[in-house]
Design a protein. Structure first.
Length: 479
């Protein structure tokens, strides 16, 4: 019974269980602060005003009644709530849990070292030093120099900063913008905006495994009088690693400025900008256990760059605005943790869990297809299609049973059209709509992986029984 909740307040020990699968709105009157923990979704406990004479249940009785064990939440907006059987989180390409060491590193900069780093007194210098140390850690993670790292507010800002800078530098009259068909919306939409105002935008395709067609890319670069290219290092939906080394060489050969959206690659695989000399690289902290709201860009020494945000001249004039010190410190600590993990090959355990899940799904469920390159991919992602199952329906059933996955990019959640990534790979609309992205982290255990497999098996069986017949169509999982 995942997601069981109780409200523990002194003097309010009576609970009644009600409403599996109820809508969140039903509980607004009871929990006006909202649901702090997204894993709490199925069954809620509340004080029974009608049964005051009933036998009171203490925490142990409540746990015994529900057949599970619990803990009381310490979240400020959720204090006192009893959390039981937390859900299995397998959506780490959408976001990752903030690492406990990252939280610990950040905390002093909220209350003790809160000073403006631009101030001239000693406390400000202390904060400046913390920023410098974090910058050094991010630089080490990607093999860069410290002065080549600029902190931003998120990965989307990082991509937009670079692309809009390049657009201003090159102009629209003679330059060509070269990108890929499978890029994240944070690249696709700025490129579309450029095209709308007269830029020539060339979008390169991918093969059936989801990897860039280097022939198309070379042709696009060769045919450009001048311009710039933007290609992702690893795809956010499939986890497929792109041939960035080869693409970068082609771009340099034709004097095309080269940007890579490395948001799903940094912290997952080794990256060294000395070996792969990209001009610009985007980073997002929350993809590798830093908090949301912090990112960075790598600007190769000597490249021309026009700031998107102008003001007080922070970040050497490249990104103005008072620095978000605690989050910068968090990004630095996460970068250090990931660098050590990569150096010691600790991500092999993540890949082992992913491979174990794929093997079991393929062997124990009929009609399973694993999408994307098996050879060139990050260790954190499995992209799976289930014949005769609508992905949206699976998502709902799995959410009910305590497993969090996604049908694609979190930034496109709610869109009804099939994934542009899968369509670019030549996958049919039917198969694209029957796909799930299952993504792992170092916090994912083998036990969770096996439990997720069992629940996926049950969800697939149930959905196929409900849908019946061949093909994928709309389905009401519950009313």
């Amino acid at each position: 019974m995942p997601g069981v909740v109780g409200w523990i307040v002194p003097g309010m020990e009576n609970f009644e269980l009600f409403g599996e699968g109820r809508e969140f709105a039903d509980f607004d009157n009871f929990f006006p602060g909202g649901l702090c923990f997204p894993e709490v979704v199925e069954v809620f406990g509340r004080q029974s005003h009608q049964n005051q004479e009933n036998e009171a249940h203490d925490l142990a009785d409540f746990s015994e009644t529900t057949g599970t064990h619990g803990k009381v939440s310490t979240c400020p907006n959720d204090k006192g709530r009893l959390l039981l059987s937390p859900m299995i989180y397998l959506d780490n390409h959408a976001t990752t849990a903030v690492h406990p060491e990252v939280v610990e590193a950040m905390l002093p900069f909220f209350a003790e070292y809160y000073h403006n780093p631009s101030s001239g007194y000693r406390a400000g210098k202390t904060v400046q030093k913390a920023i410098a140390e974090a910058r050094g850690e991010v630089a080490q993670l990607i093999g860069a120099k410290e002065e080549e790292v600029v902190f931003t507010g998120c990965g989307t800002e990082s991509n937009n900063m670079v692309l809009k800078s390049l657009a201003r530098i090159y102009g629209r009259k003679t330059s060509r913008v070269i990108t890929g068909e499978i890029e994240h919306s944070a690249v696709l939409r700025p490129c579309q905006a450029m095209e709308d105002v007269g830029f020539e935008v060339h979008r390169c395709g991918v093969d059936a495994e989801g990897r860039l067609d280097l022939g198309q890319f070379k042709e696009a670069c060769a045919g450009a009088e001048t311009g710039f290219a933007s290609l992702m290092w690893a795809n956010n939906e499939t986890g497929v690693i792109q041939p960035i080394t080869e693409a970068c060489e082609i771009a340099r050969e034709h004097e095309i400025a080269f940007h890579t959206d490395a948001i799903q690659a940094v912290g997952k695989i080794p990256i060294d900008v000395k070996e792969v000399p990209v001009d610009f690289l985007s980073i997002s902290g929350h993809k590798f256990h830093a908090p949301k709201g912090i990112g960075a860009i790598y600007l190769r020494e000597g490249v021309r760059f026009e700031p998107l945000i102008r003001g007080g001249g922070q970040e050497d004039g490249r990104r103005s605005g008072t620095e978000n010190v605690a989050y910068i410190v968090g990004l630095g600590r996460a970068a250090k943790i990931m660098r050590v993990a990569i150096e010691k090959d600790r991500h092999a355990g993540i890949a082992a869990n992913r491979d174990h899940l794929e093997k079991r799904l393929s062997e124990e469920i009929e009609g399973v297809t694993l999408n994307g390159s098996r050879e060139h991919r990050v260790p954190t992602c499995a992209h799976v299609s289930f014949e005769r199952c609508e992905g949206a329906g699976l998502l709902i059933l799995l959410d009910e049973s305590g497993v969090m996955v996604s049908t694609g990019s979190a930034c496109m959640t709610g869109k009804q059209q099939p994934s542009h990534v899968q369509m670019a790979m030549g996958i049919s609309t039917e198969q694209a709509k029957s796909s799930l992205r299952i993504s792992f982290s170092s916090f994912t255990t083998r036990e969770e992986t096996d439990e997720a497999v069992e629940k996926i098996k049950k969800a697939v069986k149930k959905l196929r029984q409900v849908q019946g017949g061949d093909g994928v169509g709309p389905v009401m999982v519950y009313s």
